[in-house]
Design a protein around this ligand. Sequence first.
Ligand SMILES: CC(C)(COP(=O)(O)OP(=O)(O)OC[C@H]1O[C@@H](n2cnc3c(N)ncnc32)[C@H](O)[C@@H]1OP(=O)(O)O)[C@@H](O)C(=O)NCCC(=O)NCCS
Length: 259
Amino acid sequence: MTGDSPYALSIDAPVCRYVDLDSFTDLPAEELLSEEERARAEGFRFELDRQRYVASHVALRQALSEYTGLHHAELHMSRGSFGKPSLTGHARTQFSLSHSQGLALIAIGGRGPLGADIELLRPVPDAAILAAEHFTRREQEALAALPAHERDHAFLTCWTRKEACLKAVGVGLLLSSQSFEVGLEPDRRSVELSVAGRILWLVLGPAPARMDCVGSLAEWRQTEARANRLGAAGTGGYTGDPSLPPKAGARARSVEIAP
Ligand SMILES: CC(C)(COP(=O)(O)OP(=O)(O)OC[C@H]1O[C@@H](n2cnc3c(N)ncnc32)[C@H](O)[C@@H]1OP(=O)(O)O)[C@@H](O)C(=O)NCCC(=O)NCCS
């Protein structure tokens, strides 16, 4: 897909790959990891979790090295205020990592900030409870209306889409997952988020299809002042829902808006 319109609906992620963390044998020395990553690895209680964490971060560094042409030693990562990782000095290289048990998804691109999320396909017995906490009313109703055999996949589609959007924007759970709608329909390709008086346009897409997981990608493509679009002043402070006033204390936690 081409063009600058927010409606040009394809995600720029030339690298989008799954990594089987439990058979990732191409593990060079852990020295590839930063001090922070090594410290996190040491903090895991279970060896399997430590091994998967190391495998996912080594795989991410290998993919970033291939994509940028940088040597491993030149890859310096930093984290935004809410934990979104980025490649220091290479603002144009966007990436996102997600893991679900023994499987990881890595997406790298060069346009808008990326979010990737995967979940292993599995029965979700508490889907309705989780949906009530995290989905919009319309998404909850659409889920409930599906035949039972379609519900797990649809739930995980909606969940990973929301996570991918949150990860693209990078503010994590500061932005309520109920404040924006990603829908359950398979062909949904764009999402609109209202944050700090701005409208954020994200392009949505599925990760490459696999039988054992559900994966979603989001790319934050464009930002617009709400005043421009709605003909009304933005709220100034953070609010996840344009119809609500900013929450108490919201102004104290301003959200950086890019691109
Ligand atoms: C941390 C969060 C960004 C994703 O967590 P997650 O889906 O449990 O885990 P994933 O494996 O998909 O993603 C973790 C990776 O995201 C990246 N990440 C961490 N914080 C991030 C942030 N603020 N923005 C973007 N990416 C972030 C890191 O690369 C991290 O990998 P690491 O822990 O190995 O360093 C956040 O959205 C969260 O805590 N979610 C909890 C679940 C929830 O309630 N979701 C509601 C959605 S409906």
